[in-house]
Ligand binder design. Structure first.
Ligand code: GDP
Ligand code: GDP
Length: 452
């Protein structure tokens, strides 16, 4: 389990700047997809050797009324579920009434809180921060999120008290994998379970799908869940392949009479995605695709997880309703175009078998091994078809490519000037590699290493 860090503060203090810094430090999979990054609220963060989940709560003033109040409450739900709260204030603005309201609120939550004064670049940080001690939240951590100043130190200190509960916060050092030129495709070992998370908003049909799958298959044993934040892990076998189903809907608990239907928890969904090899994102064909769906999908992409999309409740839909949802998918899901989309009925079991074929395919694609010479050949033909652009008057020169890892596939490209490669060309390369290697269902990461 990874710790969850919530960013809280009034608008404009620099939450999204910090969010971007914490999440983009990982070789960005999504190089700047229009419309996606701006609205993104959940991030899978790799920063300075730490890994964690980060949630941007949006701007909260702390004194909202009426409708705003309800919305703020929803944002603050993330605070309830977080393990660590970074409370951001603006060192240039000084202490404001909103900061005080928010501090009052946060103090009542009994959470690990760090008070962070942002924008200390170019000003005297110590004197700008002194006022914030009045908030009674202890030390004031000074950072400049825009430049990244003070951020490493903050994270290092802030994580110290959490280490015992979350040893996984220390990211494993990625090993360079040695890949045999000839092996290429590695078939999944049927005995090693593929971890499969079924996620989606409430009422899209996750439980129905899970029950359908389990009803058809032999369930080996149920695990007991720990807290409400935990998903249920269900081992199962299908067509000879072992799986661990990560059930965010809590199918089993729902069966008990004395247990209330669980509240939907975004954090639970994020944890399940982090832990999965493949994610099935369930979307209700009778609802439009919400911003929250996009945020969750952005998180899947950012975390480098394999993805299969299930459009559920396809039964009994009129043809213009079907046309409408297909247009929605075209319009909004372009950034996950590597994923297969299935139109299913969890209720009747229609197309559930095809869903599993895509899960297997996605897992095989994510773990496929490819050798240096093949990758370099593909890189060269990509260049032949479409030259990289000039950067400051010089042509970016790519020399060779090799595999840096898999699950998801990581392709490392060496050359000159490559660190200045524009996102558009990076995206072109990602798609080119994906097509050439026939990878379906997994994102592909590209990392550039400059020789100059
Ligand atoms: P949010 O509303 O809390 O998410 O705030 P943003 O991240 O959108 O930042 C608000 C403004 O503050 C933007 O214009 C940022 O460029 C600016 N900003 C963020 N961090 C820093 C910083 O470290 N130093 C300075 N000088 N400006 C910053
Ligand atoms: P969850 O909250 O995502 O776990 O959703 P549920 O599995 O509890 O389903 C919510 C509602 O949608 C229930 O009334 C289901 O019977 C209904 N439902 C689920 N799958 C389908 C389907 O494929 N077709 C139709 N027509 N209804 C479905």
């Amino acid at each position: 389990m990874l710790p969850v860090v919530a960013l809280v503060g009034r608008p404009n203090v620099g939450k999204s700047t910090l969010f971007n810094r914490l999440t983009n430090s990982r070789d960005a999979l999504v190089a700047d997809f229009p419309g996606l990054t701006r609205d993104r609220q959940y991030g899978s963060a790799r920063y300075d050797g730490y890994q964690f989940i980060v949630v941007d709560t949006g701007g909260i003033q702390g004194d909202e009324e009426g409708i705003d109040r309800a919305m703020a409450e929803q944002s603050l739900q993330a605070v309830h579920e977080a393990d660590l709260v970074l409370f951001l204030v603006d060192a240039r603005d000084g202490l404001t009434a909103s900061d005080e309201h928010l501090a009052d609120y946060l103090r009542r939550q009994e959470k690990e809180i760090r008070l962070v004064a942002n924008k200390v670049d170019g000003i005297d940080g110590d004197s700008a921060s002194s006022d914030f001690y009045k908030l009674g939240l202890g030390q004031v951590w000074q950072i400049a999120a825009a430049q990244g100043r003070g951020v490493s130190k903050l994270m290092k200190e802030a994580f110290k008290p959490l280490l015992e509960d979350f040893p996984d916060v220390i990211a494993p050092v990625a090993e360079e994998v040695d890949i045999d030129e000839d092996t290429g495709f590695v078939a999944p070992d049927p005995a090693t379970p593929i971890k499969l998370a079924i996620v989606g908003r409430p009422n899209v049909g996750k439980s129905t799908l899970t029950n359908r799958i389990l009803g058809e298959e032999r369930v080996v044993v149920y695990d007991e869940p720990g807290t409400t934040r935990d998903s249920v892990y269900i081992p199962m076998v299908r067509d000879g392949q072992a799986y661990t189903l990560i059930d965010t809907a809590g199918v089993r608990r729902r069966g008990r009479i004395d247990e209330a239907i669980e509240k939907y928890s975004v954090i639970k969904t994020l944890q399940a995605i982090e832990d999965a090899n493949v994610v099935i994102m369930v979307i209700d064909a009778r609802e439009s695709i919400s911003d929250q769906d996009l945020s969750i999908l952005g998180f899947v992409l950012n975390a480098g997880r394999s993805l299969v999309v299930a459009i559920n409740k396809w039964d009994g839909l009129e043809s213009d309703a079907r046309e409408w949802i297909k247009q929605e998918l075209d319009r909004r899901l372009g950034f996950v175009d590597f994923a297969r989309i299935h139109f299913i009925s969890a209720l009747h079991g229609t197309n559930v078998g095809h869903l599993f074929e895509s899960v297997q395919e996605a897992y095989a694609s994510a773990t496929k091994r490819v050798g240096t010479s093949q990758l370099t050949r593909i890189m060269e033909s990509a260049i032949d078809e479409h030259q990289p652009p000039l950067v400051r008057g010089r042509r970016v020169k790519m020399k060779y490519a090799h595999a840096g890892g898999y699950n998801p596939p990581l392709i490392v490209i060496h050359g000159n000037q490559v660190s200045n490669m524009p996102d558009s060309y990076k995206r072109y390369l990602m798609n080119y590699f994906r097509r050439s290697l026939q990878l379906m269902g997994t994102p592909v990461k590209i990392e550039f290493r400059s020789g100059d």
